[in-house]
Design a protein around this ligand. Structure first.
Ligand code: BES
Ligand code: MN
Ligand code: ZN
Length: 496
C-alpha cells in the first residue's frame, strides 16, 4: 500500500475520510464537506450513535449531493488528547476500516484548536499508523479466498504543508521498514529461519551500507565462546554470530552497541519444555530480530550515529550431542558456568555476545534485547518490557524513549543479594538461581557479570515480542517492539 500526501483540494469522487471531535463537533474539512452536501454528514451522524469519541467511526454511503462513494467519519475524541501516538492509532483504524472497502482513499486533515500538532504533523503520524497497521505475514497462505487480501492500494493524506509531511514521512518510513523486517523475522517458522538463514537475512543490510561480518563455529571456538557453543552443540544447525556496523558519525565517536539473543528455536534442550505452547519458541530470536531491524532503520534513515549490532544465533535442541544439566562450560570472559538448566540458554548466548562486543568495540554504552524469561511475562504481561541497568541516566533515557513511542519499559532492581543467588559451589557461577523468585532479575544479574564497567542496559522482551490480540498499529504476530523505541533513543541521545 502506498501512502502519499497532497495539499487540500475538494474531493469529487471515491472514498473520503474526515475527522469528527467528541460531541459531534465536525473538523474543518468535515464541516465544509457537510456544507457541500447540504448537511448530509450532520444528518447521518444525528441518525447514528456516533458522537466522535476516539476509536469510533461511521461510514456514510453515497451522501446526497456528491459523487462520493463513501465518507468515513473517524472519531478523534478530545483535541487535548491528540498526540503523535494517538494519530498513529487513528491511522491504523482508518486502514482497518478501509482495507476491504476501496482501492483508494483520501484523508482530509486540518489543524484544530487545542491540539498541539500542525496539520502536516498529524498527516505524518496518520500515515505512519496506517502503514504500521497494514503489515501482514501471509506468504505461506496459498489460497486466496473471499476478502482475505486487502483491496486498498493507496491512501492520500491531504493537509496544508504536504511537502513537509512527505519529507518527514519518507524518513520515518525507513524506520517502519526496519519494524517490518523485524516482524518478518519473528514470524518466520524455525524450519525456515535457523542460525545460517538468519545470518543470511542480516547480510541483506549490506546494500544499505551496513558492514557485515559473520563469525562461524570455528572462529567462535577460537575465541573461546564456550557458553554460546554449549547451547548450540545439540543442534544439527551450526551457530553463527553476526556483527553489523553502521558508521553514520565521525570516526572518533565510540559506538553504541546493540546485542540480541537469537535462539531460532528454544526447545529447552535436555531440560525440555512442555509441549503446550512450545511453538511460541520460534520467536526466541526476537532480540536479534530487533537488533537487525534497528540496524536497518538506522542505516535506512542515515542516522548520525556509530552503531554496532551483534547477534548470537543458535538453536537449542535436545539430542545425543546436547549439553547436559550439570555441565560446566568456560565463557570467552574466562569465567566458568555450571549449566544447571539447559533451558536457561539465552543468558549463555548473551554472556559471550556481550563480552565479545565489549572487548572488541569498547562501546560507550551497550544495550541487549532478549526474550529471556517467562518470569517477566508474569510480572509485566505484554504491557511493559523489563529494564535492567547499571547506569541511571541510561535507564531514564530508555524509559523516556519508551514512553514517547508507546513501547513502555519498567525498570526492575538489581543488587548484590540477587547476584549471590547465582554463585555456584562448582564453578564461578550457575545459570539459574538456587532460590525461588526474582527469575528475571537473577537472569539480568547473570548478564551483568559479562559487561565489565561498560554502561549497559538489558531489555527483557519475552512478554512484548509477540502481539496476541492485535492493535490498530500492531497486527497479531511479531510486534517489532523495540525498533522504534531504540531508534528514538538514538535520535534523542546522539543526534540532537
Ligand atoms: N526463551 C525462554 C523465555 C521465554 C518465555 C520467552 C516465554 C518468551 C516467552 C527462556 O530461554 C527460558 O526458557 N527461560 C526459562 C528460565 C528458567 C529455566 C530459569 C524460564 O523463563 O522458564
Ligand atoms: Mn529457554
Ligand atoms: Zn530461550
Amino acid at each position: 500500500m502506498k501512502i502519499s500526501f497532497a495539499n487540500p483540494s475538494k474531493p469529487k469522487s471515491g472514498t473520503v475520510v474526515v475527522g469528527v471531535f467528541d460531541g459531534r463537533k465536525l473538523s474543518t474539512s468535515a464541516a465544509s464537506l457537510d456544507k457541500s452536501t447540504r448537511g448530509a454528514i450532520t444528518k447521518a451522524i444525528k441518525a447514528s450513535s456516533f458522537k466522535g469519541a476516539k476509536n469510533h467511526s461511521l461510514t456514510i454511503m453515497t451522501p446526497a449531493g456528491t459523487r462520493l462513494e463513501r465518507v468515513l467519519c473517524v472519531g478523534l475524541g478530545k483535541p487535548k488528547d491528540l498526540d503523535e501516538r494517538a494519530f498513529e492509532t487513528i491511522g491504523g483504524r482508518i486502514y482497518a476500516a478501509l482495507k476491504a472497502q476501496s482501492e483508494k482513499a483520501q484523508v482530509l486533515l486540518d489543524a484544530a484548536p487545542g491540539c498541539g500538532l500542525s496539520a502536516d504533523e498529524m498527516a505524518v503520524h496518520v500515515g505512519i499508523g496506517a502503514r504500521l497497521g497494514s503489515y501482514r505475514f501471509d506468504k505461506y497462505k496459498t489460497k486466496k479466498k473471499g476478502h482475505a487480501k486487502p483491496v486498498i492500494k493507496e491512501i492520500t493524506i491531504q493537509c496544508a504543508g504536504s511537502a513537509a509531511a512527505k519529507r518527514n514521512f519518507t524518513k520515518q518510513n525507513k524506520v517502519i521498514d526496519g519494524v517490518f523486517f523485524t516482524r518478518d523475522l519473528i514470524s518466520e517458522p524455525s524450519n525456515v529461519l535457523y542460525p545460517k538463514t538468519l545470518a543470511g537475512e542480516a547480510k541483506t543490510l549490506a546494500k544499505l551500507g551496513v558492514k557485515i561480518e559473520v563469525l562461524d563455529k570455528a572462529k567462535m571456538t577460537k575465541l573461546g565462546m564456550g557458553a554460546l557453543l554449549g547451547v548450540a552443540q545439540g543442534s544439527a544447525h551450526d551457530p553463527f554470530m553476526v556483527v553489523m556496523r553502521w558508521d553514520g558519525a565521525t570516526k572518533k565517536d565510540k559506538p553504541v552497541a546493540f546485542v540480541g539473543k537469537g535462539v531460532t528455536f528454544d526447545t529447552g534442550g535436555i531440560s525440555l519444555k512442555p509441549s503446550a505452547g512450545m511453538e511460541d519458541m520460534k520467536y526466541d530470536m526476537g532480540g536479534s530480530g530487533v537488533v537487525i531491524g534497528l540496524m536497518k532503520a538506522l542505516a535506512g534513515r542515515k542516522a548520525k550515529v556509530n552503531a554496532v549490532g551483534v547477534v548470537g544465533l543458535v538453536e537449542n535442541m535436545p539430542s545425543g550431542t546436547a549439553q547436559r544439566p550439570g555441565d560446566i562450560v568456560k565463557s570467552m570472559s574466562g569465567q566458568t558456568i555450571e549449566v544447571l538448566n539447559t533451558d536457561a540458554e539465552g543468558r549463555l548466548v548473551l554472556a559471550d555476545a556481550l563480552w565479545y562486543t565489549k572487548e572488541r568495540f569498547k562501546p560507550q554504552l551497550m544495550i541487549d534485547l532478549a526474550t529471556l524469561t517467562g518470569a517477566i511475562v508474569v510480572s509485566l504481561a505484554g504491557e511493559y518490557a523489563g529494564l535492567f541497568s547499571n547506569d541511571d541516566k541510561l535507564a531514564v533515557d530508555l524509559e523516556e524513549a519508551g514512553k514517547a513511542m508507546d513501547e513502555k519499559l519498567w525498570r526492575l532492581p538489581m543488587g548484590d543479594a540477587f547476584d549471590k543467588m547465582i554463585d555456584s559451589p562448582a564453578a564461578d557461577m550457575q545459570n539459574i538461581s538456587s532460590s525461588r523468585g526474582g527469575g528475571s532479575i537473577t537472569a539480568a544479574q547473570f548478564l551483568k557479570r559479562f559487561v565489565g564497567n561498560t554502561k549497559w542496559a538489558h531489555l527483557d522482551i519475552a512478554g512484548v515480542t509477540w502481539e496476541k490480540k492485535g492493535k490498530p498499529t500492531t497486527p497479531k504476530g511479531g510486534s517489532g517492539y523495540g525498533v522504534r523505541l531504540l531508534d528514538r533513543f538514538v535520535a534523542d541521545r546522539f543526534e540532537k
